[in-house]
Write a protein that binds this ligand. Structure first.
Ligand code: MF3
Ligand code: CO
Ligand code: CO
Length: 286
């Protein structure tokens, strides 16, 4: 018989800190705790913050130019050009076979939509633009919704509530809380509107890599999932469906990336990269 391998190790030759005590307490109670490498140094956080500034610039550039009649390959070019001209690299480009620099997900496309010349933005469409920047080896990831012209009150509400879900999730993220506290708060809000929260895809740790531990699920129960402590950097990015939470991969996508809603009703998503501080989360992608 062997004891379960510990994830947390105190630094040898150093006094035990308040952080060590807290993390060991929860690990002994059987909770999932971070490993030390998930806690970023101040220098790493500054690096991610700088990547976040470029990332915000990319999305602002999209906001300035997006219009009805434009195709999503044009959005891809705007993102690629802005990012590379600021000394950064688009993380999506060639990531696990993804062929473009940005994800453009229209209406029933939940996420990972691939920009194409034939996808032309129509009045009333709701579009998620999701971009990740790598600057000096640091990653920052964010997405926004854009409403093309005027849309229906139903889609407008979906876009608004998806944003509120992100804000409410961020509000629930306090030091020494659990991922499930965030997910629970988000789900509770979506439930009020009978919207479906996607379960098959989640937020993630980010910073030194595109996708790191922990999984940030957007549903579930308080006190479940990983303990979140100051210095951890992660995204919150709830995908909120007007109908069922179920999703599948679009059979028409030759790359096998595009995710669509099970009932082909619309979906909306907003994403930020956050750092956990002593008081709560700070947005690194404003
Ligand atoms: N940016 C997405 C996320 O929020 C991931 C896109 S991966 C890609 O995690 F390959 F589709 F670009
Ligand atoms: Co993203
Ligand atoms: Co993300």
């Amino acid at each position: 018989m062997q004891l379960k391998k510990k994830r947390w190790h105190c630094l040898s030759g150093q006094p035990i800190t308040e952080l060590d005590k807290q993390v060991m307490y929860w690990e002994n109670k059987g909770k999932l705790v971070p490993t030390r490498d998930l806690i970023k140094t101040p220098e790493q956080i500054e690096g991610i913050r700088k990547a976040g500034i470029v990332n915000t610039g990319v999305l602002d550039e999209v906001a300035a130019h997006i219009h009805p009649g434009m195709n999503t390959l044009e959005i891809d070019k705007i993102c690629y050009d802005y990012c590379t001209s600021h000394g950064a690299t688009p993380a999506c480009l060639n990531y696990e076979g993804f062929p473009k620099s940005v994800c453009t997900s229209i209406n029933e496309v939940v996420c990972h939509g691939i920009p194409k010349e034939t996808d032309i933005l129509q009045e009333g469409d709701i579009v998620n633009v999701d971009f990740t920047t790598i600057l000096d080896g640091y990653y920052a990831d964010a997405s926004r919704m854009f409403i093309i012209g005027k849309t229906t009150p139903e889609k407008e509400q979906l876009v608004r509530v998806a944003k509120e879900c992100l804000e409410i999730g961020a509000e629930a993220a306090k030091p020494f809380c659990f991922v499930g506290d965030i997910g629970h708060a988000i789900q509770k809000h979506a439930d009020k509107y009978h919207y479906g929260i996607v379960r098959d895809l989640c937020g993630h740790g980010v910073g030194m890599k595109f996708h790191e531990e922990p999984d940030i699920v957007h549903y579930g129960h308080r006190g479940t999932g990983m303990l979140l402590v100051p210095g951890m950097v992660f995204t919150i990015e709830p995908m909120v469906n007007m109908g069922t939470w179920k999703v599948f991969i679009d059979a028409e996508d030759e790359y096998g990336w595009e995710v669509i809603t099970g009932d082909e009703k619309p979906s909306a998503q907003w994403e930020h990269t956050f750092v956990m501080t002593e008081h709560g989360v700070e947005i690194l992608t404003y």
